[in-house]
Design a protein around this ligand. Structure first.
Ligand code: MRU
Length: 345
């Protein structure tokens, strides 16, 4: 798999995910605002990948600040960080990355500006490397939950493309495949951006993991037919009580899995936990343009003048989640207690 995002000399390059599977096209960012636009316009998407992009974008922005005054540098950096925070609202990884970069600037307040700039670039490189390592651990930790021969349903794309590499939900699937568990994947197509049919299917086929796609509304029928053994998805934000935001459609899968007595797992790094939020009702849910729903490719498919609602994420209550698979271990219900214990570990 090509790297989702990387430094390319002084600039950043990322795979343009809107073009997959037609081809791998690089999208170059030369200014921090190019990165903000790329996040907003879905060139790069997926919670951990957005966090990595935000950290690199801020390092890029910092490198363009022309001053030797640390006070001036910090003021301008703070403005850039605020702009970056508004790129997309739901994935907490973006805020996590911006906070980590801002903490580094605060910590180095007595250093020369050039030293701070180099340190920021290094932090963004570390965030990328740590994410890949974290996903490998998530994969390993999730292995015991995957029975041999299992058929696994996943939603959206929580793979290499949504992260620094390897993936979270797809990390567990990859680990199971590497351990010869003889698994098979069913990918929801994931309207309206079709991350399932375009990105998840692409990644799994590249790795030789058997995958079929279904329309989003087929999941319940297949569960009732006993054709799905478990569900794994990623997460964009997990509240302190375990309520989880993920791609729109995840909630109904969790309810259906529960009704059909199928385990429903979330795979995510602990950086996805927002312990400042007591429960999922407090998670901001992005509402994207209705145009994304009304169009298929470039073609308008509804009657002219039709309006669409387009919430991009939903919240799955903790009670429907059988376990959260993290880099530090598997959290079983009650999730609140397990999350708090692992955050302290
Ligand atoms: O709108 P997207 O494509 O950014 O939504 C992505 C998802 O919902 C993923 O499932 C989530 O970010 C987890 S990615 C490891």
């Amino acid at each position: 798999m090509v790297p989702t995002i990387q430094w390319y000399g002084k600039y950043i390059r990322m795979v343009d995910q809107r073009k997959i599977p037609s081809g791998i096209r690089w999208h170059f960012c030369r200014r921090y605002r190019d990165v903000i636009r790329a996040i907003r316009n879905m060139v790069i998407r997926g919670a951990p990948a957005i966090g990595i992009a935000a950290s690199m974008g801020l390092a890029l922005g910092a490198s363009s600040i022309r001053t030797v005054s640390v006070a001036v540098f910090r003021k301008r950096f703070g403005e850039m960080a605020d702009e970056m925070l508004n790129a997309r609202p739901t994935a907490v990884n973006l805020k996590w990355a911006v906070d980590r970069m801002s903490a580094m600037v605060d910590k180095m307040a007595d250093s020369p500006v050039d030293t701070i700039k180099s340190a920021l670039k290094q932090v963004s490189i570390d965030i990328l490397a740590e994410d890949i390592e974290c996903n490998r651990r998530i994969g390993k930790n999730g292995l015991s939950l995957i029975p041999r021969g299992a058929t696994i349903l996943t939603h959206c794309n929580a793979g290499s493309l949504a992260t620094g590499g390897y993936g979270t939900a797809l990390g567990v699937i990859r680990a199971a495949h590497e351990n010869e568990k003889d698994i098979r994947v069913i990918a929801d197509e994931t309207r309206p951006w079709l991350q399932g049919i375009r990105l998840t299917a692409f990644e799994l086929m590249e790795d030789g993991i058997p995958v079929s796609v279904i329309v989003d509304s087929a999941a319940g029928y297949l569960m009732r037919q006993k054709k799905i053994d478990l569900v794994i998805t990623g997460a964009d934000r997990i509240a302190a009580n375990g309520d989880t935001a993920n791609k729109i459609g995840t909630y109904q899968l969790a309810v259906l899995a529960n009704a059909n007595k199928i385990p429903f797992y979330i795979a995510a790094p602990l950086s996805t936990v927002d312990h400042a939020l007591e429960n999922g009702d407090m998670i901001p849910v992005e509402e994207r343009s209705g145009e994304e729903v009304l169009r298929f490719g470039k073609k308008n498919i509804g009657p002219s003048g039709l309006k669409a609602l387009n919430p991009s994420f939903d919240i799955t209550p903790a009670r429907y989640i059988s376990a959260v698979i993290t880099e530090k271990g598997v959290i079983r219900p009650p999730l609140r207690r397990g999350i708090s214990r692992l955050l302290k570990a």
